[in-house]
Design a protein around this ligand. Sequence first.
Ligand SMILES: NC(=O)c1ccc[n+]([C@@H]2O[C@H](COP(=O)([O-])OP(=O)(O)OC[C@H]3O[C@@H](n4cnc5c(N)ncnc54)[C@H](O)[C@@H]3O)[C@@H](O)[C@H]2O)c1
Length: 326
Amino acid sequence: MDVLWLEQNDVRSLLDLSDAMDAVEKAFEQHGRKKVQMPSKSYLYFESHNGDLRTMPAYLEEQDVAGVKIVNVHPDNRQKGLPTVMALFVLNSTETGAPLAVMDASLLTDIRTGAAGGIAAKHLARPESSVLGLVGSGNQARTQLLAIANVFDLQEVKVYSAHEERAEQFKQEMECKSGCAITVCSSIEEVCDCDILVTVTPVRDPIVKSEWIKPGTHINAIGADATGKEELEASLLLRSRVVVDDMAQASHSGEVNVPLSGGVITADDICCELGEVIGGPKSGRLNNSDITIFDSTGLAIQDVATALLVYNAAKKKGVGKNLPIF
Ligand SMILES: NC(=O)c1ccc[n+]([C@@H]2O[C@H](COP(=O)([O-])OP(=O)(O)OC[C@H]3O[C@@H](n4cnc5c(N)ncnc54)[C@H](O)[C@@H]3O)[C@@H](O)[C@H]2O)c1
C-alpha cells in the first residue's frame, strides 16, 4: 500500500488562498449545522522548552473526509533558525481507515488560518472597511493580510511588531504580494485606529487596551490559541459582540479563556459561533457602531477542508511521491 507524500513546495504549488477561503467558509457552515465531528484539540505542554504539541482530528461528514494534524507552537524557535509553527497532516480513507496522504501542513496552517480570518471579517466587519491594522508581523499576519485584502478594498494597512526590523521586512515583502501600501507604526495604539484589527502575537498578557478601540471596529483575535494566552484587555470583550470559532475550544484556549476562568466574563457574554453566523440563525454585527470580535483558536475542520483541496489537486496534477507504507 502506498501513501502520497507531499512536501511544502508541493503544497505551495497546489494551494490557492481563494479556494481555501471557499472551502473553510463551507466547513464553518457545516460546523454550524453540526455536520462535523471534531473533538477538541489535545495539548502536550513542554514547559521547560516554552512550547507545546497539539493533535487535531476532524471528520467532515457531508464530504466524507477525515484526517488529523500534528502541530507545535514554540515561540523561541526563531532564535534557533526554525519556524515557530510546524505541522504534518495525515488524510485517511473513511472507508478503510487507510492513510491516503501525508503532507506538510505548516503552510497549510498559515493559509487556513488566514482563510478563517478573511471569512470572519467578511461576515462581521463593516462592508466598507478600508483600513486594516495588524499587531504582529509573522507568518499568520501575512496570510491574514492576503485573505482580508481578498474581501475588502483596503486603502491603508498599518503594522506594529515588538521587533521593528520584522515589521520592516513584512512591509518589504507584503506590499508587493498584497498590492496594499503598508505603514510601519511605532505603537499598538496607532494601529488600533482602523476598521479591521488583527492581533496575531504569542503574548500571554493583554497588549490591546479597550480605550484604543473605536465603535464599529472588527477584530480578528488570532494569537490566543492555548490556555493562559490573551491579547485583548478583558473589558474590551464586555463592550463587544464576541463570536468564537468553537465554543468548547475557545473556552479552553481562545481569547476568552482567561477572562472566563477569572470570572470577568461569562458564557452569556459570548454571542455565538462563526458557523451559526455564516449559515444562520445567529447574527454577528447588528449595527455600524458594534465592535465585533472573532475569537479564533484554529479548528481541525479548517485543516481537513484545506488538506482535501491539496490532495485532490495533487491527484489531478500528478504531484507528490507515492511511498510504500505497509
Ligand atoms: N488562531 C489560529 O488558528 C492560529 C493559527 C496559527 C498560529 N496561531 C497563533 O498566532 C500567534 C502568531 O503566530 P505566527 O505563526 O504568526 O508567529 P510568528 O512567530 O511568525 O510571529 C509572531 C509575531 O508577533 C510579534 N510579537 C511578539 N511579541 C509581541 C508583542 N509583545 N507586541 C507586538 N508584537 C509582538 C513578533 O514580532 C512577530 O511579528 C501565535 O500565538 C500562534 O500560536 C493561531
